[in-house]
Design a protein around this ligand. Structure first.
Ligand SMILES: Cc1cc2nc3c(=O)[nH]c(=O)nc-3n(C[C@H](O)[C@H](O)[C@H](O)COP(=O)(O)O)c2cc1C
Length: 333
């Protein structure tokens, strides 16, 4: 199987993976996260019908950059045959591996049988995964939740065993039910229970917000890796912080004020290069508040930046902040 050896080599290194994030985990953000230590990155989910129709947006989402060698493509759909066909199509983009989304809780997706909708019929999910596995020559993984909710006993443990038999190479578990959406706490003990019954790697996901969380989640569950979603949007340094702790037992200092300002610049410039103005500036906004957190005067800085559409004005505002902070070199949180 293509990429299998490298896949397992990376799994042995306790990967910290950037989660698939709709409208966020694009080529620019994936590159930034890899720079800060993300072992593997995943595209946002791509609709199989869009892919098979040749829809421009779907094709854009699976287009991988030359430095995307360690990027997986995630697909979603409700029809096993269409998923298998789309998987073959996505394979032509040369992803590191293919991931099947069986965890999206949003009603317009789960309600139509895609995403977490598969959790309503775990055996159908397994048959679908098997069909996808048989149709491609790259590793196939599944990302799902612990159950649909509110089952008295979560299906994830039995499901993990069956998905392993179906031939998937790894399983990512977002430790909430579909009905929880993003609310409540992720219960990592379900990943632990699933891990106990399978040999394939299990990746634990949900509420990993710090390097400490990454280590605790792995220690508690015995999982091979962790996946980070929301925290990466505001603090992509989490990858290097987790790496330092996992690899060397070190607590890495938080980014300095200047690193924070530099990342705002870098992300704005890269997004404008990729998408032009003003769109490139606008799509960067959701990251800026997090990047600037803890900076003296951050609230005013944010207010000024979040209404600006022009790159050069944003860069001027950041240069002024940089100059104002020059004498202080203290890390902030
Ligand atoms: C803005 C946003 C977009 C998301 N898009 C996807 C997606 O495309 N595919 C997917 O499997 N999960 C998606 N998720 C779920 C995340 O991958 C992840 O499972 C979830 O946020 C829990 O992890 P966290 O606590 O680290 O954020 C998305 C979550 C957010 C907040």
């Amino acid at each position: 199987m293509k990429n299998e050896a490298l896949f397992h080599e990376l799994i042995r290194k306790k990967p910290v993976i950037l989660a698939p994030l709709e409208d966020v985990s694009d080529a620019v953000f994936r590159r930034l996260c890899r720079k800060y230590g993300a072992t593997i990155t995943v595209t946002e989910f791509v609709n199989v019908e869009g892919l098979l129709r040749g829809c421009r947006n779907a094709k854009r989402k699976i287009a991988l950059a030359p430095d995307d060698a360690l990027t997986a493509i995630q697909i979603y759909g409700s029809d096993p045959t269409r998923l298998a066909e789309a998987a073959r199509f996505a394979e032509s983009a040369e992803p590191f591996y293919l991931d099947i989304n069986c965890g999206c809780w949003v009603p317009k997706i789960a309600g139509r049988g895609a995403g977490a909708g598969w959790l309503r019929d775990p055996l159908a999910m397994v048959a679908m995964a098997k069909m996808v596995v048989q149709n491609v020559s790259v590793p196939v993984t599944v990302k799902t939740r612990i159950g649909y909710g509110p089952e008295s006993d979560m299906p994830i443990v039995d499901l993990a065993r069956r998905l392993e038999d179906a031939g998937i190479q790894a399983l990512t578990i977002h430790c909430r039910t579909a009905q929880m959406g993003h609310s409540g706490m992720a219960d990592w003990t379900w990943a632990q229970r699933a891990k106990e019954v399978v040999k394939i790697p299990v990746i634990v996901n949900g509420d990993v917000k710090t390097a400490d969380d990454a280590k605790r989640a792995m220690d508690l569950t015995g999982c091979e890796g962790v996946m980070v979603g929301r925290r990466a949007i505001e603090h992509p340094w989490i990858f290097r912080e987790a790496r330092a702790l996992l690899d060397h037992g070190e607590a890495r200092p938080l980014p300095t004020h200047f690193e924070r300002i530099d990342l705002c610049r870098e992300h704005l410039i890269a997004n404008v290069e990729a998408r032009g103005e003003p769109y490139g500036v606008r799509v960067t906004r959701r990251h800026l508040a997090g990047y600037l957190r803890g900076l003296p005067g951050a609230a005013i800085l944010r207010q000024r930046l979040l209404v600006e559409d022009g790159l050069s004005t944003c860069l001027t505002i950041l240069a002024e902040a940089d100059a104002r902070l020059r004498p202080s070199l203290h890390p902030c949180s």
